[in-house]
Design a protein around this ligand. Sequence first.
Ligand SMILES: [Zn+2]
Length: 409
Amino acid sequence: MLRPDVGGAGVFGPSLWGGAALARARPREDGRKMNATFPLGRPAGIRVGAHWSVLLTMALLAWFLARSLLAEALPGRSPLVYWATGTVGAVVFLASLLVHELSHALVARHRGLAVDRVTLWLFGGSTELTDDAPTPRTAFAVAIAGPAASLLAGAGFLGTSLLLSGVAGVTLAWLGWTNLVLAAFNLLPGAPLDGGRVLQALVWWRTGDKRRAQVAAARSGRALGLALAALGLAWLLWSGSFAGLWLAGVGWFMSLSARAELAVGPARELLGRIRLGEIMTPDPVTAPGWFTVQGFVDQAASAPFRTYPVVTFDGRPVGVVSLGMLARVPEQERATTRVENVCARPPACLEARPETPLTAVLGRIGARPGQDLALVVSDGALVGVVGPGDVARTLELAVLGAEARRPAR
Ligand SMILES: [Zn+2]
């Protein structure tokens, strides 16, 4: 599921009964929102992580399997058998969820789109793409890949369950049905569900109008979300079931996401076209890397900036330095320490090209005061910088419906 971010390209995913996604283009180094995410490795080269809340999901599933499903279907076994099988079942379910997300990611990458990462969390999984699909066909393929994988996994589990009996057979059957339900739920035709992305691709293909397709999918998502929320509430009132509460929450969240998508859509469309070269501050004041800290401080005292790109003697950009970073150099060392030895270097600071889309670096600029300048580099030379002020100006103009251009000098 997608929580649309201004400039977000595409986030696929819920998965466990409609999860939400995390805003994209946010590198791990930034870590403001994702600091509770731990890495799970890089299967097929795709960065996979899990938010701590996935442990809660796992515990709930294991509890449900052990205490409810298995204990009722096959009474009289040892609690150890129920709990061990329940835990394995929960882990395998989360693995099948990961397969759903990785299918989105792999199809996207196969079609030339950059994949930021795959994350598992409380409500399921999300796949974050850095690029927008260039054609309806690609958008369709990426969206349908997840539910198709869940469908196949469901059929596989159900088939295998027929060959086994006992706790393994019951657990496999549950895994099969749950994956089938997952596929079906995600195919409901409203953004931010996969089915909404499918609908969006189809409308885009039929009308040739990408914006209209986004609006259609978001409106449908809003209506669908409200309908699910109402259904969940009715279920809750009727039976007092926890599942009703859950469905109501998911529906409410969906409608909010879809509404946000409607709101940021036009701004996002505008932002999607903007390249760093168009909004950067060209020929910025630089800090000579070979200067001592003290020598540069004397020079910076008469400049109006707090953060500077650092260049070598032959003009190559090496990093970014702020007055705050200089202040952390002990006073007695300032006369002997060179600026290039204390500056932040990529990847601690951001280096990009003039043709890099703003949306690809949006979440990273302004992440940390003092390192919040993106160096814009072309053929090894510094051609400009993009700072939080440039980004804020561009975003505000986009909300006003205007396209930012490089300020005239
Ligand atoms: Zn999906």
